[in-house]
Design a binder for this molecule. Structure first.
Ligand code: NAD
Length: 262
């Protein structure tokens, strides 16, 4: 069994569920210390206990809203004090947020999605980068979506898709800026994955009025019978976090079973 992360420390945001949880488990199994960032969340402390049974003191759960600058700075500092450094950052926390016709969305609907998905990603990198620089090396992975791809769009998902496209641009800027410091930044674009993300969707009742029926059902993936599994994405995240991808930076990697090719 591979042990690619012995002696490494990773921050994983949105670690309480879905893709973040699967990535935390995978990295911890391969030797990493993992800081589990999530909103006040019972699931994160249960995961912390589970992982600490797997390997003593390898996990630390921290309740934090990634869009809160003061709390994020403190959470990153706590992680580094606890584990003695930082090597890997998985900026993954996100919400679907409000879905509906643009003229029906409120300013606060818009701002909420921007603040969690975009500002949260910015703050995660902002406070982590000085610690990665201290190590002289690092790997950052950002979770966007196929909705952040230029070729792909969904009816009513304008705030979400805007943030996901923004994350792709942000990842490229960060990759360029941090190359000098041997810090790699890559962005992943999953298609539909079976997680709890639907709990974060706030459908506006008028959304049906803008939908044009399309030939293929939304979420269909030619490579699979249904949506992908969080573990499939965790395998990609672990590859990008490890030295196996040492020459890959600024890359945008689609993981969707060909969903976005339909
Ligand atoms: P999930 O809902 O199962 O997990 C997301 C976790 O993030 C939850 O535990 C939630 O509490 C946490 N979170 C939400 N807002 C937060 C905040 N402000 N601060 C800290 N934690 C916060 O969903 P998931 O599918 O695993 O989502 C992970 C990422 O994957 C998201 O960025 C999402 O946009 C992206 N994504 C998911 C899919 C999919 O189909 N599931 C597809 C493409 C992209």
């Amino acid at each position: 069994k591979k042990q690619r992360f012995l002696g490494k420390t990773a921050i994983i945001t949105g670690a309480g569920s879905g893709i973040g949880r699967a990535a935390a488990i995978q990295m911890a199994r391969e030797g990493a210390n993992v800081a589990l960032f999530d909103l006040v969340n019972e699931r994160t402390s249960i995961l912390e206990q589970k992982l600490n049974k797997l390997r003593k003191d390898c996990a630390l759960a921290i309740d934090v809203d990634t869009s809160d600058a003061v709390r994020m700075e403190e959470a990153v500092r706590r992680t580094v004090e606890h584990f003695g450094g930082l090597d890997i950052v998985f900026a993954n926390a996100g919400i679907n947020g409000a879905v509906g016709p643009i003229e029906e969305l409120s300013l606060s609907d818009w701002e909420k999605t921007i603040s969690v998905n975009l500002t949260g990603t910015f703050l995660t990198l902002k406070y982590s980068i000085p610690h990665l620089k201290e190590k002289g090396k690092g790997s950052i992975i950002i979770t966007s979506s196929i909705n952040g791809n230029s070729r792909f769009a969904s009816f009513g998902w304008s705030p979400y898709s805007t943030t996901k496209a923004g994350q792709v641009a942000f990842a490229k800027m960060a990759a360029l800026e941090l190359a000098k410091f041997k810090i790699r930044v890559n962005v992943i674009c999953p298609g539909a994955i079976s997680t709890n993300i639907d709990e974060s969707t706030e459908f506006n009742e008028d959304v049906e009025s803008i939908v044009i029926p399309i030939e293929f059902p939304e979420g269909a993936q030619p490579l699979a019978d249904g949506p992908g599994k969080p573990e499939n994405v965790a395998d990609l995240v672990a590859f990008l976090a490890s030295d196996e991808s040492i020459h890959i930076t600024g890359a945008q990697i689609v993981i969707d079973g060909a969903e976005s090719l339909l």
